[in-house]
Ligand binder design. Sequence first.
Ligand SMILES: *Cc1c(COP(=O)(O)O)cnc(C)c1O
Length: 452
Amino acid sequence: MDFVSTRGGGEPVSFNEAFARGLAPDGGLYVPRHLPMLPQSILVEDALPYAALAWDFLSLFDNDHDSEHLIDIIDRSYGDFSDTMNAPLQQLADNLFVLELFHGPSLSFKDFGLQLIGSLFEEQIERTGVPINVLGATSGDTGSAAIHGLAGKKGAKVFILYPEGRISELQERQMTCTGADNIYPIPIQGTFDDGQAIVKELMSDLAFKEEMRLSAINSINVVRVLAQCVYYVHAFTQLPPDNRDDISFVVPTGNFGNIFAGWMVHQMGLPVDRFVVATNQNDILYRLFNTGEYKPDAVRPSHAPSMDIQVASNFERFLYYHNEKNAKATMAQMEQFKKDGSIKIANFNASNFAATRSTDEDILKNIRMVKEKYDYVVDPHTACGFQDLDLSSTHVILATAHPAKFPDTIQKAIGETPTDPALEKLKKKEMVKYPVAATAEAVRKFLKENGI
Ligand SMILES: *Cc1c(COP(=O)(O)O)cnc(C)c1O
């Protein structure tokens, strides 16, 4: 499968090339040139082992690795999960299911994308002999997942920008207490969007990118999106047959990467009725799906910090498909967005989508409600998925993080403190971090001094 830019520039590239580049040279995002149909056999079989399903799916897009190689990469990525199902589906009520995506090494769904990315980088470094510097920004979970995917790996250094004081203490510990000397967690005074803007700026400086052999881990990397497609199919195959009509997937959303993956598999034939974009008080996407206007506001820190985002980078991919793959129109809209700071999308038809928003109060209320009604503890991000729930049809809520990552909020909501042994261990370790000023120039200088 070839990959093309949402802005139409450059030649189509292969899986390995799209993976290695992250951002396309014209500033667009890579998407598969075509979306193949899912083999029907995938949908009729009951719950294939996760790795087998991942191979079935990813081999539709990866023509660069031979079968055995890809199997090995997938096994290395998904072997280290604490649940043998990787993404087990829990039933809370007749029509209500939770897809638990927090059994990976860093306890959030980001492990599904970033464990695979880590293994692919490792394979790339072995194959090419060229060491790389991985640069990313995180609102909390991406960073820890990327770091777990790459800590201690030879030939790679990892630089992760995060907004100081705006992520949970345990998230910070997951990044800063690894003990690995190829990991550089970088706190900045600013928001996640500031960090992401710096990464985007440095990544679009092609000379610098080449000089430093920079690689991306943000959800701009198309391989992350592909990796995340797999668990939607996995969820479907775990549903009881009676629950396979009229499915709504409810997705706690920030950068629109997770839900976009689901929407993409739906385009490939996964029968889904609706995708519900569950936002927190940073509700740009809620407003988009209700008004057709995409207009960032100031980021307001919330109880669901990994969703404290206004500019949703994967939105450009959605726009491209909304424009029926018209890259020129997509580029014009993105340029207008850059110029005016907002865009109004004509004929915005998002019939497969609905959106909800949760205030911090709603998050606490939902954690309490789920505990009381279903005796189940959800983390503050997943709690957004329980907002305005209508259970007249099957709902699958994606549980994006383990509640033990956010003990203070859970304590506040229900008076208990969830724990996890891996997190407890971190509390005794020393934090190692590298504060840098929140400008592209300062980060550039830091990379030059510390890069591999
Ligand atoms: C990253 C993250 C989200 C948001 O996912 P997007 O792909 O950015 O929409 C939601 N919940 C948790 C726990 C996360 O880490």
